[in-house]
Design a protein around this ligand. Structure first.
Ligand SMILES: Cc1ncc(COP(=O)(O)O)c(C=O)c1O
Length: 407
């Protein structure tokens, strides 16, 4: 029997184990020097003025929406084709996620659909860099500059008035290291949030990083401080500050949240960050390109966009679509792959197909591109240690399964 090919195991090598052990032995395991060092690594990687690490991308996105005062009665535009976190954080704030369909070519949120969805209630737009491919940020920014769009905007508080348009908050959970016109897409957003969840390109087991890039006259350092406080119960001092000699006393200025990143997790991220741009990212990009090379001879293979004139994907996921099949055939192909010890996945079941969002009145029939993308999609394994021989086996197994379906 051939060995099992996993889907996306994390890269836990001796360097990671040593750094985590050092942290455990240091006596300081919660938020402290390692978390701050990781923030600096992400700042250097992205070139944004400030980065705050938190315990998940979900918490990071919610913190930003809360900071801007998004609330009941407001609308936030999200793609229908994403992980539930993108819309869930909008629900947490009491606002309404307004879903839009995606482009068939790349799976990213369709900017014409976004423009049509903007109303006087729109407070934020949340593009998702699906699989690591940046959305068309230039089109989004151009659209937000249109007089017709600007004149619709109705701020609900002073911060929103200062921004003067809907917030651009990227769900960049997949896209650390991706490029839009040779720079981090975070530089085209007010805020972009990366995920460091266990399967992500760079992991801290669980974690996330908020990249702050609010335009003038916002002060990103001030926003960082406010969000830092918000991530720690609204407490005026964090654990490290309270640790000082007779420094126990603190105040609470708001009922904040509890979503700080602990140093023991930042330790994993620090090792990962130091080798990310030089090693992990190019390796993943090579793996995805190799899949495209191996698949190029098959007419049934609809290949994902890994790169075009403006964009370079971070190669987080390889989202393959199979031409000429329906959902039942797709599911049989997946079964065949697992029966042959090749782990695959599906990204994503469109949000309007999830029972909660159905109960909220969303209907996938209004998102035909998302539905079609989902029904024909299979995500192939991508991880640092995946070998070329394993990749060949993935594609041979897949080709055998597809032949059975389409003859
Ligand atoms: C598109 C997308 N957004 C948000 C998230 C949430 O990230 P986290 O688990 O760090 O909260 C994920 C995680 O899988 C994701 O894939």
């Amino acid at each position: 029997m051939a060995e099992k090919i996993p889907f996306a195991p994390p890269r836990i090598d001796q360097a990671v184990i040593d750094e985590v052990t050092k942290t455990l032995q240091s006596g300081w395991i919660t938020t402290g020097p390692r978390t701050k060092a990781l923030e600096q690594e992400v700042e250097t990687m992205t070139d944004v003025p400030k980065v705050l690490c938190v315990n998940s991308a979900t918490a990071g996105m919610e913190l930003i929406l809360r900071f801007l005062g998004v609330k009941s009665g407001d609308e936030v535009i999200v793609p229908a084709y994403t992980y539930c976190a993108t819309a869930n954080v909008v629900m947490h704030c009491g606002a309404r996620p307004v879903m839009v369909d995606i482009n068939p070519a790349d799976g990213c949120m369709d900017m014409d659909a976004v423009e049509k969805a903007i109303t006087a209630k729109t407070k934020a737009i949340m593009p998702v860099d699906l699989a690591g491919l940046p959305v068309n940020y230039a089109a989004l920014r151009r659209m937000l500059e249109k007089e017709s769009i600007k004149s619709l905007f109705q701020p609900g508080n002073d911060l929103q008035a200062q921004l003067g348009r809907p917030l651009v908050l990227a769900d960049a959970a997949h896209s650390l290291g991706a490029l839009y016109q040779e720079a981090a897409p975070a530089l085209l957003c007010d805020a972009a949030v990366y995920s460091f969840h266990a399967v992500k390109n760079l992991t801290t087991a669980e974690g996330g990083a908020i990249c702050l890039h609010f335009p003038e006259p916002f002060d990103n350092l001030e926003i960082y401080k406010k969000l830092n406080t918000k991530s720690l119960h609204g407490q005026s001092k964090d654990a490290l500050a309270k640790f000082g000699k007779n420094a126990w006393e603190y105040d609470v200025s708001e009922p904040g949240y509890k979503c700080n990143m602990p140093d023991v997790l930042a330790a994993i991220g620090l090792v990962e960050a130091k080798r990310y741009l030089s090693d992990t990212l190019p390796k993943r990009q090579k793996i995805c390109q190799e899949y495209s090379n191996l698949l190029s001879k098959y007419d049934w293979a609809e290949l994902p966009v890994l790169e075009d004139e403006n964009r370079r994907s971070s190669a987080h996921l390889y989202l393959l679509r199979i031409r000429g099949i329906d959902r039942a055939a797709r599911d049989r192909i997946i079964q065949f792959m697992f029966d042959h010890d090749v782990s695959v996945n599906v990204h994503y079941k469109p949000l309007p197909m999830l029972s909660f969002y159905q109960s909220e009145g969303y209907d996938v029939q209004h998102f035909p591109v998302s539905l079609d993308f989902f029904e024909r999609e299979i995500t192939l394994p991508v991880f640092y240690d995946l070998t070329e021989t394993q990749q060949q086996r993935v594609i041979e197994t897949l080709a055998e399964a597809v032949q059975k379906e389409i003859g």
